[in-house]
Design a protein around this ligand. Structure first.
Ligand code: G3H
Ligand code: 13P
Ligand code: ZN
Length: 312
């Protein structure tokens, strides 16, 4: 089937009490690992591309890689989404360039300005059959070159969501409930806990409306240890507990963003490969196990965390 937008995926996810995985793609091996797992598990899928990914790999290469995956995975719906679109121009370029979904992230701007920018993107996107994710509230961590310190992050204010959604016309809403970008989400020794009270109040005010969680890597300790064992240094890397993500997916959260976990799986595997095979220098030899481990990690997410296996 051709690339789809996220409308039907989200409706089914909302009604079915699961979430669709949105995985960031930057190169061929990442696209292959994710899509092979989703095809085998018969799961709907969102492949997302950040501004940084477009700068690294080039818009056309990424679109063509995703189009190749669509041909190779004929049984599952796949959406191509812009992650953290920083401005109207970037969103327009992706809408004109084959994406089926875009995020405009004006969450760092004042409320009225966020509404104004989001509305402009929504009008252009909807005219072109593309859906829009917007964001209210700010997450801590690093996304592209924007770094938000933990103390400056703020939870979404539920009392703002109805006005924001009705005035912008956005199709889904990313909210801040304690997740954050990157591999260091919680301080060692503290208990990671998402704010389900905020999520539930948002959902009560927006019945049936798809909610998105960013910063939702669980930072598998298996890969943190692999990285640290084989020459890396990532002490205190901690993610969101998977049972809390599963609970969010059973509520109104229809899209869960995962990127850092893919990076950890690839980096850990490659570090281990180099340590065990210091004589090897063919990129195919180390990218192959990295892609295989990424695929198994995605399979685990689809089955055990998102609950979307078998839902395509
Ligand atoms: O939220 C950000 C995503 O993990 C994308 O990261 O901007 O380094 O491509 P990136
Ligand atoms: P992680 O850093 O937790 O993987 O979050 C990814 C993300 O939110 C992409 O938009
Ligand atoms: Zn994000």
């Amino acid at each position: 089937m051709p690339l789809v937008d996220t409308r039907e995926m989200f409706k089914k996810a909302y009604d079915g009490g699961y979430a669709v995985g949105a995985f960031n793609v930057n190169n061929m091996e990442i696209v292959q690992g994710i899509t092979e797992a989703a095809q085998e598990e018969h799961a709907p899928l969102i492949l997302q591309v950040s501004k940084g990914a477009r700068a690294y790999a080039n818009h056309t290469y990424l679109v063509k890689l995703v189009e190749a995956a669509v041909i190779e995975c004929p049984d599952i719906p796949i959406a191509l989404h812009l992650d953290h679109g920083p401005d109207f121009e970037t969103c327009k370029s992706c809408i004109d360039g084959g994406f089926t979904s875009v995020m405009i992230d004006a969450s760092g701007k004042p409320f009225e300005e966020n509404i104004e920018i989001t509305k402009k993107v929504v009008e252009y996107a909807h005219d072109h059959g593309v859906v829009v994710e917007a964001e209210l509230g700010t997450l801590a961590g690093i996304e592209d070159e924007v770094k938000v310190a933990a103390g400056e992050a703020s939870y979404t204010r539920p009392e703002e969501v109805e006005e924001f959604v009705s005035r912008t016309g956005c199709d889904s809403l990313a909210i801040a409930i304690g997740t954050s970008h990157g591999a260091y989400k919680f301080k060692p020794g503290t208990k990671p806990q998402l704010r389900f009270d905020v999520l539930e109040e948002v959902s009560r005010r927006l019945p049936g409306f798809p909610i998105v969680l960013h910063g939702s890597s669980s930072v598998p300790q298996e890969y943190v240890e692999m990285i640290n064992t084989y020459g890396g240094a990532m002490p205190g890397a901690i993610g969101v507990p998977e049972d809390q993500l599963r609970h969010a997916a059973s509520l109104s959260v229809c899209k869960i963003n995962i990127d850092s976990d893919l990076r950890l799986a690839m980096t850990g595997t490659i570090r281990k490969f180099f340590a065990e095979h210091p004589d090897k220098f063919d990129p195919r030899e180390y990218l192959k196990p990295a892609r295989a481990n990424l695929k198994e990690l995605v399979r685990h997410k689809l089955i055990d965390v998102l609950g979307c296996a078998g839902k395509a």
